[in-house]
Design a protein around this ligand. Structure first.
Ligand SMILES: [Zn+2]
Ligand SMILES: [Zn+2]
Length: 219
């Protein structure tokens, strides 16, 4: 479900309707905290166009975005690396997302982690090579002579922009998307912004067929 994060508040799409089509958003804390904050934006618009209709009944959470990514990565590792203990998975990702981890202690999500892990048992065998690659900092790239090799991480594609304070800054390969990430010493150390599009599965598959996808250590 698409989510929008505005000044530390997370909204999810309730419904899209009207002419011109408008996206009606509801605060993510609707159920948990009974927050009735709503917002609306043109479906062709961006986060800058969001108009808030009702105020929130809770303070903003500036770790909200990090938490979403933290949970997404926990789920990914729990399901793709079934041999790694949940506590180890949690501890490893906590180092990358310390703010999210502080607000989401292991014991509070232990059941969730185990549930994801149980679902794996029903999936077909996952490749051991993926586990090894991840531990060694080996990533998939797409060969692209004009922009430089494109980095694939979490099934999204990034192009290298520049070095910022000894970290490499990568931006989503889609020009209209604001998502970016920083890498350092072979690891993705920071992810910023959410993608405004789905996983570019078709694009990656096309490149794979063209023989342009390869694995390499991230430097
Ligand atoms: Zn709210
Ligand atoms: Zn993107």
């Amino acid at each position: 479900m698409p989510r929008y994060i505005v000044d530390g508040f997370v909204f999810h799409v309730n419904i899209t309707k009207g002419k011109p089509p408008m996206i009606y958003l509801r605060c993510l804390e609707y159920k948990r905290l009974g927050c009735h904050a709503r917002a609306v934006m043109p479906s062709e618009g961006s986060i800058q166009d969001i108009k808030l209709n009702k105020p929130h009944n809770h303070p903003p959470d500036f770790a909200a975005e990090e938490k979403i990514i933290f949970m997404r990565e926990l789920k990914e590792v729990m399901t793709k690396q079934p041999n790694v203990a949940p506590r180890t998975v949690y501890a490893t990702l906590s180092e990358m997302y310390p703010n999210a981890a502080r607000e989401t202690p292991f014991d509070s999500i232990r059941h969730k982690l185990n549930r994801w892990r149980r679902q794996v048992a029903r999936l077909p065998w996952l490749r051991f090579s993926d586990l090894v690659s991840c531990c060694l900092g080996i990533f998939k790239f797409i060969r692209n002579p004009s922009t430089g090799d494109l980095l694939i991480t979490q099934e999204q594609v990034y192009r290298f922009v520049q070095i910022v304070k000894e970290k490499k800054l990568w931006k989503c390969y889609k020009a209209a998307c604001a998502a970016k990430c920083y890498t350092n010493n072979g690891k993705v150390v920071l992810r910023m912004g959410l993608h405004n599009h789905d996983i570019p599965r078709r694009y990656i598959n096309e490149k794979r067929k063209e023989g342009k996808v390869f694995k390499q250590k991230l430097t």
